[in-house]
Design a protein around this ligand. Sequence first.
Ligand SMILES: NC(=O)C1=CN([C@@H]2O[C@H](COP(=O)(O)OP(=O)(O)OC[C@H]3O[C@@H](n4cnc5c(N)ncnc54)[C@H](OP(=O)(O)O)[C@@H]3O)[C@@H](O)[C@H]2O)C=CC1
Ligand SMILES: CC(=O)N[C@@H](CCC(=O)OP(=O)(O)O)C(=O)O
Length: 317
Amino acid sequence: MPDTRTVGIVGARGHTGAELIRLVAAHPGFELAFVSSRELDGQPVSAHVPEYPGSLRYANIAHEELGDFGVDACVLALPNGKSDACIAGLGARGGEPVIVDLSADHRFDDDWYYGLPELTRDRYVGQEHIANPGCYASAMQFAIAPVRDLVEGPVQCFGVSGYSGAGTTPSDRNDVDKLRDNLMPYALVDHLHEREVSRQSGLAVEFMPHVAPHFRGLTVTANLHLREPTTLDAVRARYADRYGDEPLLRVDDNAPWVSRIAGRHGAEVGGFTLSNDGRRLVVVATLDNLLKGAATQAMQNLNLALGFPETEGIPVE
Ligand SMILES: NC(=O)C1=CN([C@@H]2O[C@H](COP(=O)(O)OP(=O)(O)OC[C@H]3O[C@@H](n4cnc5c(N)ncnc54)[C@H](OP(=O)(O)O)[C@@H]3O)[C@@H](O)[C@H]2O)C=CC1
Ligand SMILES: CC(=O)N[C@@H](CCC(=O)OP(=O)(O)O)C(=O)O
């Protein structure tokens, strides 16, 4: 096991930031070095994240001062468009920390490793800059990957997320009054995760997201047209082969339910349904957007980059 490594979190007030604090604090080989937030500057972390046992306080740290901490790794949990100033700051004193960016800023950047561990870990060759995938994008890729080579034509994905997916900046998509008894469609073409999955899978993906009144957890139903007829047994065998040894992925014949995934670290894939002609397959994938869709995935990526076993510090059920 490597020595203790120091980790900082930028954007620690947010939904994903809070999950990261819990995970980093509980990791046997990580020490939380700083947690930045403008709004919570000076407040004890334990007042907002009761599971955190230490005395660290949030700090409003200017991006250009991030390098002063000399951390081994830093997770950026900021809105899109903010990462470059942080990256410059982290490198300002000559340090080269591992950077895991939760935003979409570098998911299309070939100089960054795209860290969806179950599907891309064989491409990890020591990169220090890691783009964490989008939450829906992770679920869509888990649904598609085992049959990717059988798919013909565009893939349609219907997605429903809890409103924590929309972050803490007020909008219709996290307004509990507007969401009550409601299902809110948005970004029905050209969602960023549509482009992300299309790029990663090499398939045309048509994604239709919705936000629902629950807080956390998302579900994606993928409609896959196949080149040739197949059977349910063949489909089941592919998913079992691909994910059977993955501690954070569970395959089940029954369609997974979003209500059962909230607060859990893995993803579930199942509900395999085939048309009578054997050429249209429907697959459902669920995950907690704040965990496997963000913070848990970031922990897997940190473990990989810092030399720990990939699921170290992650409660695997
Ligand atoms: N929520 C989710 O399900 C998922 C989110 N992501 C991505 O992770 C990132 C964080 O998401 P989430 O935690 O939901 O977001 P939140 O809105 O909950 O939190 C955003 C954080 O960024 C800080 N922040 C906001 N604006 C700025 C700014 N202009 N400059 C510096 N800091 C700022 C806020 O703290 P303060 O204002 O106190 O400084 C806060 O800590 C985003 O890029 C998001 O797209 C990825 C996967 C899933
Ligand atoms: C419900 C909701 O609004 N969800 C967000 C997904 C959050 C996320 O993963 O977005 P990034 O790609 O920016 O990291 C959305 O659709 O934009």
